[in-house]
Each structure stands twice: as structure tokens, then as C-alpha cells.
Design a protein around this ligand. Sequence first.
Ligand code: GTP
Ligand code: MG
Length: 460
Amino acid sequence: MPHPDPVLRLAVVGHTNTGKTSLLRTLTRDAGFGQVDDNPGTTRHVEGARLLVDGAVAVELYDTPGMEDSIALLDYLDLLAPPSERLDGPERVRRFLQSPESRRRFEQEARVLQKLLDCDAGLYVIDVRDPVLGKHKDELAILASCGHPLLPILNFTHSRGERLAAWREALARLGLHAMVEFDTIAPALDGEAQLYDKLAVLMDHHSALLQTLKQDVLRQRDLRHADALRLIAELLIDVAAWRLASLPEQDALEATTKTLRRQVRERENACVRALLKRYNFSVRDFPAHPLPLEGERWGMDLFHPQALKDVGIHVGKGMAAGAMAGATLDAFTAGLSLGTATLLGAAAGGLWQGADKLGKRVLGRLQGYQEVSVDDAVLRLLAVRQLALVHALERRGHAAQTPIALASDDSLQAWRRERLPDALREARSQPHWSSLADSYQTSARRHDAVQMLARKLAQD
Ligand SMILES: Nc1nc2c(ncn2[C@@H]2O[C@H](COP(=O)(O)OP(=O)(O)OP(=O)(O)O)[C@@H](O)[C@H]2O)c(=O)[nH]1
Ligand SMILES: [Mg+2]
């Protein structure tokens, strides 16, 4: 038996406007692939894309123009190769491809059939909102005659008016029993895995490659998830540890709080951008999140007590309202044991700039400064929001055209109500753990805290 070609070639075929280009976008995680439009006849030429495993090409996917006039084409095929000649499917298609009409009236269809002949299999994309019509049956008959496996991809499964049952029955009557539901806008979490599994059943020769591809897809998904949780954990540690010194007068405290809020918003914003990037989406996908971030988002400011209440986070009596909302005046005392006399001595000796940051804080406290930090409730809101974003990103296909909308639901109760995780509580007393601080230092303990927090986030 000849050794199978190590690269699997798949033609994405189907009626016009069923979401073929959209399927390519979602499978390649590339929202910039090809042209997608509500109008039929958008894709006019065959265009390829590749799926890599460990840097090597595993699959070549080809987007093709939509089939439009299959009823007439089937008649023409019957004319070119009457049944009495008993040509088989691929022979009939080849004869058509040599005919003059393949360069004129049926130019689009010829491109599709040529590509499908060249490939190992076809993914036949169906808009399951369409009624099953004669044109679809003729189209399938012609495509099937190319002699390669066809896997129907049932698209638009989340749309109203889907006719899944009718399509399943019609496909079975045409001898197509394996099929997969795959909504290109909102595929199931294991949608790709299912697609490659089904394809492996149809393609014995390539089943090992398809299994490798499937495992890789699952591994990449896990890696993205772990990275996302680490990004959120970093954000939370940075914000929990962050504190600003302020003179104790109300004006000064309010001004410091304003600065603190701006910095925390910017830090959250950086996390949002990093998450979008990790999932191959762009900031355009999330315009609800104005960039750069100012003021209100998700309908409500991060520091507004109502924003916290709206997502079910308990706001203690201690949390200030108005200009001080979301900020906590800290009664922080750790570090005093360092020896304030030494520090005072260092400052007096002109070593202020060089003095350890912790020392400066202690010094500041001794001189009547206050420390402003972020309220627990704000940390809870940050965690809930970022987890909601990850949830949305993991369920979004790269064909999606509408902005990401975050669902508000009752999940993540732990983050709303329970005691904050130990890692965050510890961060409170470690100002140099915040990457916002000049004194920021990476350390094994901070690293462990991020890991612990990421594990906690994974439980939600
Ligand atoms: N709601 C929803 N819309 C979809 C889905 N798949 C595709 N669309 C939309 O359907 C329209 C057509 O999608 P395309 O990917 O351009 O379809 P196509 O089959 O490549 O079209 P042609 O190239 O014209 O044959 C676009 O507006 C898509 O955004 C889906 O699963 N759900
Ligand atoms: Mg297209």
C-alpha cells in the first residue's frame, strides 16, 4: 500500500452563502481570512490556508466559491456523459472540466469541482436554516461524484428556524451518514475535536494524522486556558499589592484615589488586551471595552459601588462612596520590624533615593502618610469580569462578526462572596509584588502566589 501523503488536503465546498469562508476562519483561528459577507457569491476564487502541528503543515484547507446552479449543471453533465456511456463519477467530472462550458457558464462550479478532485476530502457546509431543496440534492450528487469522502458540516445550528432534523434525514437518504454540527460563529468547545473525529472515520488512511491534529487542538486549548488564568492571576496580584502613599488630608486622599483608580483601570485594560491577543481576537472584537480605558465600562465603572452590587458582590459598610469609592485606607503595619531607626538614619543621610521602598513606606507612615489601596470588592469584580471574558472568548468562533458580549450569570459565586484566596491576602502586604510599583521584584513567593491563584481560578 502506498504511504499516505503526510499532508491532508480538504476542500470546503457547498452552496453559496452557507458559511464556507467562515468555517475556514474558525478552524484557522484567523478572523482575517478571505472575505465574508451576507451577500451570496462573495468568494470568487479558491484560496488556501494551512493548519500546523508542531510547526509542520498537517492540513491544507481550501475555500471555494459557492455552488449556484447545480440543477443546470447536472443536466449538462447528463448531456456530456449520458448514462448509457457508464462513465463513473470522477470520469464524468473530468469530462465536464474539459468542456467549454466549464470556462463560461459553469466557471465557478468548475473551480469547485477541480479543487475537490485535487483534494482528499470535502467539507460540505450547510446552512441548516435553508429548506432542503432539489438544488441541494443535485449539488451533493455532483460533489459526491468526485469520488472523495464528503463530511457535511451543519452550520447555523444556533440560529432560529434551523431545520436540523430535515437535513439529517435528507443527507442520510443520499448516503451521507456521518455529519457534524459546527456553528462557525459559536462552535461547541469540543467542536473541532468532533469534526476531526468524524473525518477520521471517513478517511482510514489519514486517521492517524487526524488524531494527532485533534490532540494538538485539545492541547492548544488547554494551554490557552492556562495562560489566560495566569494573566488574570497576575492582574489580581498586581492590583491587590498596589498601594499609593498619600498625605492624610481629604483632598490629597481623593487625588491619590483618582490616580489609583486610573492605574488599576489601565492594568485591567492591559489584561483584556493580553487575553484578546492570546485567543487571536482583536480589540475590535470587544468595543464595549473602550481602549484606552476611561470611566464606564460594562455599563458601570469598576469603582462604582453599584457595579459591584450588580454582579452580586457584597459591599461592606467600610467601603467608601463618592470620590473614595473602591479605595481602602490601609492600616498596614508589616515591615515596621525592619528597624525604623536604620531607615530614618538612611533618609537623613541623603540616601532617600536609595532607601528600600518598604523603608520609604515605613518612613511615610511614621511621618503621617496614609496608604491607599484597592478595596476587596474591586478585586472580586476584576476576577469575575476577566473570567467572564475568558468564558466568552473560548466560545467564540473567529468567524463571529458581532462584538463580544459578556453574559451576566450567577456563576463564580466563590469570587463574589467567599473569603478572598490566601494568595491575594498575602499580596496585600507585599507592595513590591505589584508590577505597577517602582520597587517591583519578581520572587519565588510571588511566582508561587500567582500559580496558587491561577489554580484557584481554574476551580471556578
Ligand atoms: N449567525 C451565523 N452567521 C453565520 C454563520 N456562518 C456564517 N455566517 C454569516 O453568513 C454570511 C455568509 O458567510 P460566508 O462565510 O461569507 O459564506 P460563504 O459560504 O463563504 O459565502 P460565498 O463565498 O458567498 O459562497 C456572513 O454574513 C457570515 O457572517 C453562523 O454559524 N451563524
Ligand atoms: Mg466565501
